[in-house]
Every structure is written in C-alpha cells, then in structure tokens.
Ligand binder design. Structure first.
Ligand code: ADP
Ligand SMILES: O=C(O)[C@@H](O)C(=O)COP(=O)(O)O
Length: 417
C-alpha cells in the first residue's frame, strides 16, 4: 500500500519526481496513465499523466481519476507534481487541477512550490528563477506549448484560480519549519487557498516538507518531495532503505530521440554531433509524420550499435518552431512532431534498441504511449531529475529527459557504465 500517491502532469516530470523519492529512500513505481487495477507494491506510486497541455476539463478529469485510484489504494497524502518552470497557460492547468484536487480531498489550502535547486530552479519573493535568470528571460518565454512570460508566480497562479494566492517569503522560510507552519496558518485563516512558498536551498525544501506533514495535498516540482519521506519515517511507516534504485542489467543497442526544443537539449544535440551519428530532421521541410519516420528508418540502417548511441532529433531553434506553428497551428505542429518521434522510437526498438533516451516531456509522453508501456521501475539518476528506468512490458531501459535537464554531454554520459 503506497504511503505517498503522486499525480504528475507529464511523463518526464513523473520520472524526475520518482527519482527524487527513490533518492530519499522510498521504493517508487511510475504508472503510465490512470491505474485501472490494484496499485503496484511500492512506498510511493507516481501516476504519469499527459495533462500539462491538455484541455482544462480533460486535465481535471484525469487528475481526479488518478487521485481516486491512489486514495482507494491507501495513499495517505497526495502530491500534485508540475514542472519546475511552472509550465502552464493563463487558462491552466495548474490552478484548475489543484482546485479540483483540494475539493476532492475536502481541504482548503495547499502550497505551490516548484523550486528544484539541483537544477537551478529557485523561488525568491514569489519570483521563479532558472539559474540566474528570471523564468521569463530563461528561454521558457519561447516554449513551443507553454511560453512563460511572467516570473511572478503569485500573479501566474492567480490567473488560473478563483482562490486567493499568498506568499511565504524567503525571510520566513529561512527561519524553518515552525515559522513556515505559522505562515501557512496565517494565510489559510486569511482566506488564501494557495501559498507560493519561496525556496532557494535544499534545506528550505526539507523544512517546507516537514511543515506540510499534515497537508492532504502538496503541489510543486520534484524538489518539494525531498522533505516528505522523513515525515513517514517519523511516523514509523517507512523503514530505512539503501537499495531503492536497483534495476536489472541493460542490454541491446543505444539510441536517443529528441523532440524538445529547449536550450539545454539543443546544446546536448550540438555536443553529440562531434562524437556519435546524429540525424537532424526538419519538419518545416517535411511536415509529414510518416515521411519523417521513413527518412529516419532509412538513415538508421547499419548504424545501430551496443557500444555508442545514435541521436535522432526533430528539435529546432525558436524561429523554426515559430515558422512551423504559423503554417500548421501550435497544437498541430507539436502533435505532428510528437507522432514522428514516437514512430521513430518504435522503429528503433523494433531494430534491437534496448537503451533509449527520450528528450522532451510531451515527446516522452508520446513515445511511452506508442510503445505501450504500463509501468516504469525507477533506477539511478544520470543527472539530477533524470533516472534510468526499467519499462514493463518489454524490459526496455528508458530515460525520459525533461527538455531543460542534463549536462551538455548528457547523450553520451547516459550510456557510460
Ligand atoms: N521543429 C519543431 N517545430 C515545431 N514544434 C516542434 C519541433 N520539434 C519539436 N516540436 C514540439 O515541441 C514540443 C516540445 O515539448 P516537449 O517535448 O515537452 O519538450 P520540453 O521538455 O523541452 O518542454 C513538442 O510538442 C514537440 O513535438
Ligand atoms: O520539474 C521539471 O522541470 C521536470 O520534472 C518536468 O516536469 C519537465 O517537463 P519537460 O520540460 O516538459 O520535460
């Protein structure tokens, strides 16, 4: 019976969260989509949805169904995981999903904290920073699906909910658990539904986690999960574990597919170019998913190997993304490329690839669905937020990389023993 039930709004986000829980001693299984049968045996279950950019009503319905399944399976606390860059539009989906979950849990208050210091995401005076840059100047302002042009999270979340949004500022968080608890109480008693909570360091996240021990719903990035396992240990519910990340040995050829257009992924493709075979597809020249798959299939013949990866990318810089979107519309442009990358992943697996890295959140969702994967057991992290996982059915070793995550040599490093 899981202690913690998690709902993640995309698949890379789900593995990022699951890796955080494993690193803090909870065995964790990621379930793809709303669980239909009994929950897998683990301390934490992460339900991976593809709801970040779905229409609001769909995102709410899927999140509630996931919540119900987790509660029915015995979960004692629900964590709603969204992106550490708060990816959403003014219509949602973070506000509407959190509102619906609070109502279902008969609770009136939750924190919202996307901070993830190991990946440079910090929240200060309610403003989200990526490294040293405000969110709105970090590259995220050009995201193909959820351009983030305002770094003030109190304002951003206020546009997505009819509940009041307050702030627990840095000066309070610095004082630790008791001060944070008191600030939560003041905000709740003052009629606020959400507390954007500043966090710059992991010590802040541990203190915030402790202050949330009794909250029915916690919302945030994966960073917020680092303080939660200790609450269960303190209650005598979670034993000490040091082998939560064990996986079977990997086999087969190595490949990377990329549909993320983030600065980090473009840099990783650039570095890989000098070291391994790289195919860069141009959906602007070939705006047809089947034709892009056929081009990739022809290219991959004779190139697959057990000793170094191939990289196949549809990723493009902002001008090219904007051009395809002008031609096809934002949603169709994204969907076309996702279909193409998913088809290419299936072709790679059919030709013996046993170790696959997928770059991009939406892209990973499309690939996992195309491959018919039901669960992912979580292994060790390659870089913060990106673990190797073992997929069932099929036994594929899969790493789902958030577009923004990973060092520049990620596509090479992932395959080093
Ligand atoms: N060349 C391109 N033109 C337009 N859209 C693209 C292109 N390449 C990828 N995309 C789309 O951009 C989106 C990237 O989102 P995602 O996969 O979530 O990456 P990230 O993790 O960086 O957010 C996907 O919908 C993908 O299909
Ligand atoms: O919180 C994060 O940054 C990631 O876990 C995440 O959600 C990544 O989403 P994508 O950038 O769309 O991969």
């Amino acid at each position: 019976m899981p202690l913690l039930g998690c709902i993640a709004d995309d698949f890379t986000g789900a593995t990022d969260l699951a890796a955080m829980l494993v690193a803090h001693g909870m065995t964790t299984v990621q379930v793809i989509g709303v669980p239909r049968g009994p929950l897998p045996e683990a301390d934490a279950v992460v339900v991976a949805l593809k709801s970040r950019t779905a229409p609001v009503a769909e995102a709410v319905a899927a999140s509630l169904a996931a919540c119900d399944a987790l509660l029915a399976g015995g979960a004692r606390q629900i964590l709603f995981k969204y992106c550490s860059t708060f990816d959403s539009t003014d219509e949602g989906n973070i506000g509407p999903v959190a509102d619906a979950l609070l109502k279902r849990l008969q609770s009136g208050f939750a924190i919202a904290c996307p901070a993830f210091p190991a990946n440079g995401r910090s929240v200060f005076q309610g403003h989200l920073f990526v490294g040293g840059a405000l969110l709105s100047e970090s590259g995220m302002e050009s995201h193909p699906l959820t351009p983030m042009r305002d770094a003030n999270l109190v304002r951003v979340l206020s546009r997505q909910t009819d509940g009041g949004v307050g702030l627990v500022p840095f000066a309070v968080v610095e004082q630790g658990e008791t001060a944070i608890r008191q600030a939560f109480t003041r905000l709740r008693d003052g009629g606020r539904r959400y507390a954007i909570t500043d966090a710059v360091t992991e010590a802040h996240l541990h203190a915030i986690g402790r202050a949330c021990a009794e909250h029915a719903l916690v919302t945030g990035g994966s960073g917020i999960a680092m303080g939660l396992p200790q609450n269960f240990r303190d209650q005598g519910l979670l034993p000490d574990r040091d082998d939560a990340d064990a996986l079977p040995p990997p086999r087969g050829a190595m490949a990377v597919v990329a549909g993320s257009c983030s600065r980090a992924t473009l840099g990783q493709i650039g570095l890989a170019r000098g070291h391994v075979p790289v195919l860069e597809l141009d959906p602007l020249v070939t705006p047809d998913a089947a034709a892009l798959v056929a081009e990739a299939e022809a290219w991959m013949e004779g190139k697959l190997s057990d000793s170094r990866p191939v990289v196949i990318a549809a990723s493009a810089p902002p001008e090219k993304v904007a051009a395809l979107q002008r031609r096809l519309g934002r949603e169709e442009a994204g969907a076309l490329v996702e279909r193409a990358v998913a088809g290419i992943a299936a072709a790679l697996v059919a030709r013996g690839v046993g170790r696959l890295v997928v770059a991009g959140g939406e892209t990973s969702g499309a690939v996992v669905q195309r491959l018919g994967i039901a669960t992912l057991r979580i292994g060790h992290q390659i870089d913060p937020g990106v673990p190797w996982t073992h997929a069932e059915p099929g036994g594929l070793h899969l790493a789902l990389k958030s577009g923004n995550f990973g060092a520049r040599d990620f596509f090479l490093k992932a395959f080093m023993a």
